[in-house]
Design a protein around this ligand. Structure first.
Ligand SMILES: Cc1cc2nc3c(=O)[nH]c(=O)nc-3n(C[C@H](O)[C@H](O)[C@H](O)COP(=O)(O)OP(=O)(O)OC[C@H]3O[C@@H](n4cnc5c(N)ncnc54)[C@H](O)[C@@H]3O)c2cc1C
Length: 351
């Protein structure tokens, strides 16, 4: 068990989590960020980011995130690698948990002090009253063999790629089916590839791949794209992108690796002989960790109010994992700052 009591523990090291670490530590809170892979998050898979205000130069996602970690740890915040698998509220505490306390009370023996009940009228959003009336004294987090104690938890776990659901998708993942153009595009230099999807990410990645592959088939099940008009214009003006609207991918086929893609269009099956297909059909929130602990909406996103508070006092949710996020770096960064500021206020008001 980590002997410290952290003021804030942030789960996830994407833009939302790193921003929370920066703001929390700069406010003087003892802040730890736990990341299962390497800090940076989903944007590191992007070939270019051009819409982060104040950064005029168009950069790839990895370069863009380079200085975030350095800046986020400048004020004493710590980053550890570890996948958080469980979060437990602590209801009983012996010692008063103070901000920046160096003492280490045993969580199980933490005794009660008056437990403030949140003023429901001030909780101005749709979180229903499934919350425990009590405010937990803190939280215990489990990551591998390690355990951590936190007064406040900020969940910044982002989202994962949604599967398109065609036959062979699982079987051929990593063998011709990919979810990352930056990672795998190089393997298709001079070849033909398929891109599935109609949103911003699908079109941006199709543009990226059009510079590597000989030809890109952009396959979308509807008759128009959802992507930003500027991106659509670039796609329409790229000669080696062929758009296939009203087309549904049925299956991929091959021996060891993908050799062809079968789509259905106007009731007919069409076979495209391709060695690679890239899937960009949306994201699913990584909220499994807090399922049953905080309230989720029907899409599995964590419900929050404008302070980024969840239905469990002391747990905040930020970035792509929370309800109604526009799933952009700038939004995630703003959320992280909001949660850290409110998390520190929460600790102060519950001391
Ligand atoms: C290909 C692509 C292109 C994009 N292009 C743009 C763009 O041009 N502009 C833009 O603004 N946005 C873009 N986005 C969206 C942007 O990347 C996201 O909105 C942003 O990264 C969300 O940040 P986040 O911190 O909420 O989540 P993420 O960036 O997803 O970070 C979550 C982090 O949490 C970690 N994690 C998850 N579960 C656990 C756990 N249990 N324990 C520990 N760690 C955990 C993950 O490993 C991950 O590092 C793009 C996304 C993709 C995939």
């Amino acid at each position: 068990m980590d002997s410290k009591i952290w003021d804030l523990v942030v789960v996830g090291g994407g833009p939302a989590g790193l921003s929370a670490l920066l703001y929390g530590s700069r406010l003087g809170a003892k802040t730890l960020l736990l990341e299962r892979l390497a800090p940076g998050g989903a944007i590191t898979l992007s070939s270019e980011i051009e819409n982060y205000p104040g950064v005029c130069q168009v950069k790839d996602g990895l370069s863009f995130m380079e200085c975030w970690q350095e800046q986020a740890t400048r004020f004493g915040g710590k980053i550890e690698i570890g996948e958080v698998t469980k979060i437990e509220p602590i209801w009983e505490v012996k010692d008063n948990l103070e901000l920046n306390s160096k003492t280490t009370p045993k969580a199980e023996t933490i005794s009660t002090k008056t437990i403030p009940v949140r003023n429901k009228k001030k909780f101005n959003h749709s979180i229903s009253d499934i919350r425990n009336e009590k405010v937990p004294k803190g939280f215990r987090l489990f990551a591998g063999e390690k355990e951590y104690l936190a007064r406040v938890v900020i969940v910044a776990t982002g989202s994962s790629h949604r599967k398109a659901g065609f036959k062979g998708e699982e079987e051929f993942t990593g063998k011709g089916v990919s979810y990352c153009a930056v990672c795998d595009g190089f393997f298709y230099k001079g070849k033909e590839v398929g891109v599935i999807g109609g949103g911003d990410t699908a079109l941006e990645e199709a543009l990226y791949l059009s510079k590597i592959a000989r030809k890109v088939f952009l396959i979308h099940r509807r008759d128009k794209f959802r992507a930003a008009p500027a991106t659509q214009k670039r796609v329409f003006n790229t000669p080696n992108i062929q758009i296939l609207f009203n087309s549904v991918v049925k299956r991929v086929e091959g021996k060891l690796f993908v050799e062809r893609l079968v789509i259905e269009r106007d009731g007919k099956e069409i076979t495209l002989p391709l060695p690679g297909v890239f899937v960009f059909v949306g994201m699913v929130p990584n909220s499994q960790l807090v399922k049953g602990l905080v309230e989720l909406n029907q899409f599995g996103e964590i419900k929050v109010n404008l302070k980024m508070e969840t239905s469990m006092p002391g747990i905040y949710a930020v970035g792509d994992v929370r309800e109604n996020s526009q799933k952009q770096v700038v939004i995630a960064a703003g959320d992280g700052a909001t949660a850290a500021i409110n998390g520190v206020k929460f600790i102060e008001s519950n001391q």
